[in-house]
Design a protein around this ligand. Structure first.
Ligand code: ANZ
Ligand code: ZN
Length: 857
């Protein structure tokens, strides 16, 4: 329908829709009334709706706008559905961009941060988001970060925080170390630089203590997208296998030295096929074995070449492998054969035991390595279809030591040349694995074990703008925590960042005395990874002003877990894994009962430009929210965001969608006014007395209401909006096709009221204005209960039935909703009578309400 045609009759006396004036007025009024203050009304069921809080790097962008619009629609609708709603917002305010901006503009990181926060809040208010700003805090507030320090000390006391020296990922661009999770595809998650390995003393949190639970509890998270859970499972990387002890042989290559060299393998069944052992270049044993030998120079060269390669690349199957023989051997526990010990770059120091048994016939990496260096490729596992199988199937001795294959057998099949285990089916978790492991176990030469890929969380950062690690190093007492009464350790704000000064160079910060012995001591000058700050902010919102403890048990018992958590998929591992860990730690400290923080997770899709390209400053294709809010208003923007695509799908932003949303909002505005003119809130609804047109509008109210409600419950706002649009269409048709004095005042009121309330979570200002001005209501539409809909009134008198001939659709007919199978069949036959002519009907299938299928030949 064109923009003007239907309005001509109804427009008389209807005020025009002035988004800017309406939005400004209601925003002011809501703020004055404190409408979004959390009620804390325990008589109602609670709902905690939370959007991932932003890093305040500038004004909000379209991705934020989408994220928060989704959350806001959920929160508002929950409130109208009778829930006591907690819907807070704050800022993830520490981090490198602030520090870098401060260095560049020669200002303070806190100033830059607070300016951005002020701007972001302005935009949030302009969007009409229903946040309880009384609960807002920034992670850089000392009142907040003090509790992060307090939790760090609690973890230290429990042995969950520790300091260790090990090779870490150092980003030369960001000038700080990174956690494993922050090296994404071999690069720094923030700037994309390939990190270097450095041997440094760093602080860690023992997330590995929770590896099994973090894995197991994923199964409980039914409200999480499968792909996020899969990514976490993969990251945690549980692997069942065995440790097998080899004996290091003396320089003669055969006499056992009594020293063991333990390998981790998932394939103990391949033990007879070990043709070499491999140590990583970082291994101290490797260095020891080659020391002073003819192999030492080659070894040292390999070691330094490997340092420049990321661990992801080292493991890459396509990469050429490099190795050096150590000149030494280890003895295979199962058959006493000596295996040469090599050093190679494809083996990692920090997985398993950091030593690998090389089985070329089972593992492609070992195969490539054996090929390159001329090592044995002994066939010890064979598929039945392999020609070698017939020859070797009963062979127990290791007779064929090398075969000329193109690649590793993927090690499925039956063991051959494997002593008493010959003939057993092999493979991961196979009978052969079990048999060989128990053989080793009986002799104390091996044991089952479980490995995790997950590593402890490296949290120290060598940067200023973060939460200081609350520890003091004393030469006599070692690392000593800052006493609780001295918390928080506050960040100085007079560091000369512009001149490159760091905390480690700023004496007033690091000079202190030991809390234990009183001697001069040095404060730790590392700050914590900002992901520590975002690991528990959702708990603090439950009790944000508590000065004595991080949050009361009572408050988290009331609000946690978060019912709906909404944010970007880029946090699938990082933030979401850390938060789960942190919550479990706090649970074990007795601070909260439930160990999973987020019941339902929604990862919203990306907002792309009209050509499907990701928006980015460098591409110059960013659409700032203000460019939509200024001409059209926040309600149009919110409607467009929610209508264009389901929340979890990507969408391409285009002006067309905004204009379409704006046309609808204006049309709905006129329709509601049109209905309101004929409406009477107190008129009783006499269903039986309604004329056909009024009856049909009433039916539409209930049908669309039920659909809209169900779609809201599933978070499918786009189809919820479609239902509202259909109702607006039905109402518009009613207004066009009925005389003013023939309209039902009760039905008009009901339709107008329901259109307004159902769209209120999406277009709150628009709805509030109509609620007051058109419907003459007082109070806020936000406090209005969600309407009840009646399935019996939603039923149509007729239903559409599909008529099929041998499964192909031939016609659609309308039959009375209560028609029985016989009547449907009769009507179906007559609808396709010409196609049935001369045919023999063999069978008729009737699905009432849906279809009739006639089989005729
Ligand atoms: C012998 C073998 C034979 C292996 C075979 C595989 C196939 P997942 O499943 O990921 O746990 N491995 C062990 N420690 C390693 C390290 N530090 N660096 C590189 N590779 C290492 O992988 C376990 C397998 O990865 C282990 O099982 C070992 O190779 C290798 F037909 O041992 B396997
Ligand atoms: Zn001391």
């Amino acid at each position: 329908m064109s923009d003007n045609s239907e309005t001509e009759r109804n427009d008389a006396g209807i005020p025009s829709y002035d988004a800017q004036a309406i939005e400004a007025r209601w925003q002011r009024s809501w703020e004055e009334d404190g409408l979004y203050k959390t009620d804390e009304d325990p008589s109602r069921p609670k709902k905690y709706v939370l959007e991932m809080f932003p890093y305040p790097s500038g004004d909000l962008h379209m991705g934020h706008a989408r994220n928060y619009t989704i959350g806001d629609a959920m929160a508002r609708q929950a409130r109208m559905r009778g829930f006591d709603v907690l819907h807070p917002m704050g800022f993830d305010a520490f981090g490198l961009p602030a520090e870098n901006a401060a260095i560049k503009h020669n200002t303070q990181a806190s100033r830059w941060t607070h300016q951005n926060i002020a701007q972001a809040i302005k935009t949030m208010k302009r969007m009409g988001f229903s946040y309880d700003y009384d609960r807002t805090f920034n992670t850089c507030d000392p009142e907040y970060y003090r509790w992060g320090q307090w939790m760090f000390i609690k973890m230290w006391e429990k042995g969950l925080a520790y300091r260790a020296t090990s090779p870490v990922n150092w980003c030369p661009h960001c000038q700080t170390v990174l956690a494993n999770e922050q090296v994404v595809d071999g690069r720094c998650w923030r700037c994309g630089t390939v990190p270097e390995k450095r041997e440094l003393s760093q602080w860690y949190l023992k997330i590995t203590d929770y590896a099994q639970e973090l894995l197991d509890d994923l199964d409980r998270l039914e409200g999480w997208p499968e792909n996020v859970k899969a990514q976490q499972r993969n990251w945690i990387g549980r692997s069942e296998g065995a440790e097998i002890d080899f004996q290091l042989a003396d320089k003669d290559g055969t006499t056992p030295t009594g020293r063991t060299l333990t390998c981790f393998t998932t394939r103990a069944d391949t033990l007879f096929g070990v043709s070499f052992l491999v140590l990583p270049p970082e291994s101290s044993l490797a260095a020891e074995l080659v020391a002073g030998s003819e192999h030492e120079a080659a070894y040292l060269e390999l070691k330094s070449a490997t340092e420049k390669v990321s661990s992801v690349d080292r493991q890459g199957s396509a990469r050429e492998k490099h190795g050096v023989f150590t000149g030494r051997f280890a003895i295979n526990p199962i058959n006493g054969r000596p295996a040469p010990i090599w050093v190679a770059d494809y083996v990692l120091m920090d997985y398993g035991t950091g030593a690998v048994m090389g089985v070329p016939c089972g593992d492609q990496r070992d195969f490539d390595f054996a090929r390159k260096y001329g090592l044995e490729i002994a066939p010890i596992i064979c598929k039945k279809e392999d020609p070698l199988y017939e020859e070797l199937k009963d062979e127990r001795e290791l007779r064929v030591l090398s075969v000329d294959w193109d690649g590793a057998m993927d090690a499925e099949g039956y063991l051959v040349q494997s002593g008493e285990f010959t003939g057993l089916p092999g493979g991961k978790h196979s009978e052969a694995v079990e048999a060989i492991v128990s053989w080793l176990k009986e002799r104390g030469l091996g044991r089952e074990t479980v490995q995790f890929r997950l590593r402890d969380w490296l949290i120290s950062r060598q940067r200023y703008w973060g939460n200081p690690i609350p520890m003091i190093h004393c030469d006599c007492c070692g690392d000593v925590p800052v006493p609780e009464e001295d918390l928080p350790v506050t960040l100085p704000d007079d560091l000369d960042l512009g001149a490159g000064q760091t905390l480690a160079e700023y004496a007033p910060f690091y000079e202190t005395t030991c809390p234990r012995c009183g001697r001069p001591a040095r404060r730790i000058t590392d700050t914590m990874d900002t992901f520590t700050c975002s690991s528990w902010y959702y708990l603090r919102y439950c009790d944000p002003h508590n000065e004595g403890i991080p949050f009361s048990k009572e408050s988290v018992d009331r609000w946690m877990p978060v019912d709906n958590y909404i944010g970007g998929i880029e946090h699938a591992i990082l933030h979401l894994l850390y938060s789960r860990f942190w919550t479990k730690v706090l649970r074990d400290l007795g601070m909260i009962d439930e160990g999973e923080p987020f019941t339902n997770l929604l990862c919203q899709g990306m907002v792309k430009d009209a050509n499907g390209e990701t928006m980015s400053k460098s591409k110059g294709n960013v659409v700032p929210p203000s460019s939509v809010i200024e001409p059209y208003g926040a309600d149009t923007m919110r409607l467009a965001i929610l209508f264009v695509a389901p929340p979890e799908k990507d969408f391409d932003w285009d002006e067309e969608a905004v204009q379409g949303a704006n046309r609808f909002i204006r049309r709905a505005w006129r329709v509601v006014w049109g209905l309101a003119c004929a409406a009477d809130a107190s008129a009783p609804l006499d269903l039986a007395g309604l004329d056909d047109a009024s009856k049909e509008l009433n039916r539409s109210v209930h049908e669309m209401g039920l659909r809209c409600t169900a779609d809201f419950d599933r978070g499918q706002f786009n189809t919820a909006i479609s239902a509202c649009m259909e109702l607006v269409n039905a109402a518009s048709k009613y207004l066009n096709e009925t005389d003013e004095d023939g309209r039902s005042a009760a039905v008009c009121h009901r339709a107008a009221h329901d259109i307004v309330t159902m769209l209120a979570p999406i277009c709150p200002h628009w709805a509030e204005e109509l609620f007051h001005e058109a419907l003459g209501q007082t109070g806020s539409v936000y406090n209005e209960p969600w309407p009840e809909f009646d399935p019996s009134q939603a039923k149509s008198d007729t239903v559409e039935i599909v008529v099929q001939l041998k499964g192909k659709i031939r016609a659609r007919i309308n039959v009375p909703a209560d028609a029985g199978a016989e009547e449907i069949e009769a009507r179906g036959r007559s609808a396709i009578a010409d196609q049935l002519a001369g045919k023999d009907v063999k069978k008729v299938i009737v699905v009432p309400g849906k279809l009739v299928n006639i089989v005729a030949v």
